[in-house]
Design a protein around this ligand. Structure first.
Ligand SMILES: Cc1ncc(COP(=O)(O)O)c(C=O)c1O
Length: 378
């Protein structure tokens, strides 16, 4: 090689399976949106967070724990598992704690999925299930919905010899619809025990329909069931990243093999223990959500906009115009919402239910946008 010639360097090859993963596209930080628009009070109704803020008890515990962050966190999340075990009437061995339930989904993939396997999931659902399948090189079988609801009968039919895992988001993000206990029982009867059924119940605490399944009670007779819940939604701890899985000890032990030793930080553990006991905050959050939901339903009806009744803290609305355009126009008015295109639902938006003043502001901005840009007279 002549002196001074560049050395041709071949970069390491990446795993071809991950080429199918579309990297997550984050929104701008709220502070940046405020700065760019010159608007002080931008409201974010885009990620289904708790509009009341964090659990006050959780915050207090976090502050108290802050003086010990020079020590590694407890790898086993002993106190959080104890508190959850009591809360749910299960054994600590039935629990796994994650850096958000997202991490538990990833660990489930790492523990169980190979490129020979397939996962079954619904259309119009949470994107991380597809991410997990693609990460592990597993195949995906996407099942159409029925009336914007996860179709368990069709899902059962889609389970085949290669199926290793089924993901059910209940209530479903972004539709807010849910599957009931009887339907789920029939589904679990139909699915072979070698298929892991993952029930993602991130919005569990907001549900008020009595036919919603009590999946924790099903665990003793359903060894292949794993339930995921989170502290990111009603407990208001999304920024700390804590979620948990409940399952049978053998399944939990398998997930535990792929867990990083210190996957849940100490502030998150302390805050989650306290937030779990913050019954007052929970009640208040539920009440605000229920009132906000009723208000938004009435407004959507008044405006002639179709929406799906929700068992969650968000509502999917048919806005009858390009939802990306609507999202951009709402942003200009200081209201951040989510266009549902990425869920395969163009023309729909998903709005998180906020406080009374947030919902009012959202509706006022929506009317303005629909009139000015959607060519609608409201
Ligand atoms: C259905 C569903 N599952 C899981 C998550 C992730 O929760 P976590 O913050 O615990 O990772 C979300 C967050 O939006 C969600 O909507």
């Amino acid at each position: 090689m002549p002196p001074g010639a560049p050395i041709a360097m071949k970069l390491p090859e990446i795993r071809t399976t991950i080429l199918r993963i579309k990297p997550y596209v984050p929104g701008k930080p709220i502070e940046e949106v405020q700065r760019e628009l010159g608007i002080e009070d931008v409201i974010k109704l885009a990620s289904n967070e708790n509009p009341l803020g964090p659990s006050p008890k959780g915050m207090e515990a976090l502050q108290e724990a802050a003086g010990r962050i020079h020590i590694y966190p407890d790898s086993n999340c002993y106190y959080l598992k104890e508190a959850l075990a009591k809360h749910l009437s299960v054994a600590p061995e039935q629990l796994i704690i994650g850096n958000g339930s997202d991490e538990i989904l990833k660990m489930l993939g790492e523990a169980f999925l190979t490129p020979e396997d397939e996962v079954v999931l619904s259309e119009h659902t949470f994107s991380v299930y597809q991410f997990v399948a693609r990460l592990m090189g597993a195949g995906e079988v996407v099942v159409p919905m029925k009336d914007y609801t996860v179709d368990l009968e069709a899902m059962a039919k889609a389970v085949g010899p290669k199926t290793k895992m089924v993901f059910i988001c209940n209530p479903n993000n972004p539709t807010g619809t849910f599957v009931g206990a009887d339907e789920l029982d029939r589904f679990l009867d139909a699915v072979p025990p070698g298929v892991l059924v993952v029930m993602d119940e991130a919005y569990y605490e907001y549900v008020d329909d009595p036919s919603y399944p009590d999946t924790v009670a099903m665990l003793p007779s359903r060894k292949n069931l794993v339930i995921l819940r989170t502290f990111s939604k009603i407990y208001g701890l999304a920024g700390l990243r804590v979620g948990y899985g409940i399952g049978n000890p053998e399944v939990i032990a398998a997930i535990n093999r792929v867990r990083e030793p210190f996957n849940v930080n100490s502030l998150a553990q302390a805050a989650a223990v306290a937030a779990l006991a913050d019954e007052e905050f929970l009640q208040q959050s539920r009440a605000v959500n229920r009132a906000g939901k009723e208000f938004l339903y009435q407004e959507f009806e008044r405006l002639g906009l179709s929406f799906l009744p929700s068992q969650s803290n968000f509502i999917l609305v048919d806005v009858g115009m390009d939802s990306q355009q609507l999202m951009g126009a709402m942003l200009q008015r200081g209201v951040i919402i989510r266009a549902a295109d990425s869920f395969g639902l163009p023309g729909f938006i998903r709005v998180t239910i906020g406080r009374e003043q947030d919902n009012r502001r959202f509706i006022d901005a929506l009317i303005d946008v629909l009139e000015k840009e959607g060519g609608v007279r409201l």
